[in-house]
Design a protein around this ligand. Sequence first.
Ligand SMILES: [Zn+2]
Length: 671
Amino acid sequence: MRLTFTFVSLCFVVAACAQTSDNPVRTVENSAGQVVNTTEVESVAASDPRAKPESPLVLLRYSFGEVANDDSQVPDVTLVFNRDVYQGNKGLLPAGVAKRSLEPFISLWNSVHSPVENIEITDWRIKGWGSPVITVDLPRRLAPNMSYHLTIEGGALVDSDGRKFEGIQDPSVVMFSTALRPLTNETDLGRSCPGFPSTVKSRFVDDTVSLALHAIGEDTPQAASDFGYKESWLAMRPDMNWRWSRGIEHSWVHEFHRLPLDLDRLTHSWLLPESETVHRIGVDVELQLINSDGQLCSVVLFEDLERSDARYPTEVPNLPGAGQLPDYERYASFIEEGLPDPDVQSVMIATSWWEDYGPPFEDGREGYYLDQPIEKSVVDGTPMKVALYGVINEHIIQDFADAFEILAVIAPSLQAGFASTPEEVTLSVHFIDNCGDESYLGADLYADLGCENKGFASTVSRNQPFFGKSYGSIQVAAADWQRRERELLSWDKPYPSWYQMRTRQTVFHEFGHILGLSHNRCVHSSVRAPNSHKQHLGWSAEDLKGIAAIHDVRVPQGSTESGNDYDTDLNMWKPDGAYGNGRLAFGPEVEDLGQIFGLLESPDWDRMQSDRQSMCEVDLSGTFWDRLAHKYEEKYQSDPRYADWYQRQQEWSSWPDCYEAERIKDPRACS
Ligand SMILES: [Zn+2]
């Protein structure tokens, strides 16, 4: 059993930082004797416009409330306007397409310009509507010793006549700082870990955790072996609070580390590992011990430690070398030929999702196609710039370069390519190390890292800070669909290039999801689920058609929170969503696309809409899409890495389209 004991005080002192000498900071001592700086800031308005009814709606001042000594939360911020304030509406999406319009945000940012939280204007944490005084709860625990600021989107607030507040974008207008956390600790191990009679004294200075064990009440350090401990480690993991509230595009997957300690040493120190990404995240550091009975005990020494700038990179890692950059002219002849307009098949692939529910339903169904609204949540014109984090090789760089070259043909508006600076990154791809077995991380961290669930794509949810700004993230170690492939592998022949194929196909499968493709049952598709053994070395002709349709500039933005919010009993989306917040989907659906591309009158429309699997049965031989799919595959014709794959491709026609185990389940997709 893992025992933890939190003994770091989580209290915060919050100081509103005055920006000019006109903004006096008053220092107040609260009832607990803790110093809290609060402010009455006469700030934004040059002069008080209260007298003029036609004057703009402006912020007069703001202040932060006091925080209790034992409270881990940040106090409310109070915003005082020159007249009564009401909720505004961003009205982002074109009428007739929007299924649910987007609410504007009040956002909290940290001083390294990472967004911390977006609070929708309709959120219960914003109070005081109909009055000039608005309060905003900032409930997330924040990092110590850091400045934060609020931004307010233009139009988020209006007055009673509908005049819009122009918003706040300047970081210096509404800001505050958190205080330093105490960074020395002493804990009784026996209290946290029964049967461990010793004390640990620890401190955190200069990014280094140091500690020593002591007999109870003694000042002299003793070696762990003196207490009979058999093994010991220091473990670092990303702080849970940050991980779920902030997430930062899953950069936290790189923040798991464990250092074995020498049992005979009197003192120990650990310079905390450098972060893989530029995204700041608090980390917890624990001491783990195994006693003479083999019992594991763990105590948290520090929670939510913030490393200094020196432990963060200033450059994107794994930048491609000169010879590894994508050649955007590779398919110049296809660009010249021009992209064919989306047809009915394109639209069906772009908006259909094959959902496989495992055990059969009473009517014998084991899965079916659902209508999936378009997933394209990033603001139009935002370049898709990819950073590859973690342990990668030249083949992985090549996989992405190949994908960018193809996207330059089928989705040029994305401007897809490698990011060259951290600020540019809009799609984070994490190749996760130490996930093969528990040997490096230990069972506890290994389980916490979630190594069992890797190979997935995440787009940014509407309530997350990067919504609209980031394409999300991809994590790769061993994809779920690849494990299924292994299980389903029922033929005799060994498949020596399976490992290589796994890496490449995982990239194209997950990248396909990021680009908006959902699972289907098309035999060559990279997003077929369960996957097929007749997949291309990248996106199939069907995939290319779907991606091109989704990223056609005529298709407006859209977003879906793909939680478990499909009601399988009623065979419909849950009106309240999986989390009771309403189904978080908006944007164009199948018929909207039919309208946009003028396809509703096509003879194929009704047939393919009512029989979705028929979208996988169109012969695309010789078409633009088929020629493009084969063109990039040719690149690897003489590459020994894929020799086995090419040999198998020759035999495709003699095999059924699916694995034996699938045949009963879905005979139509197995012809
Ligand atoms: Zn998938």
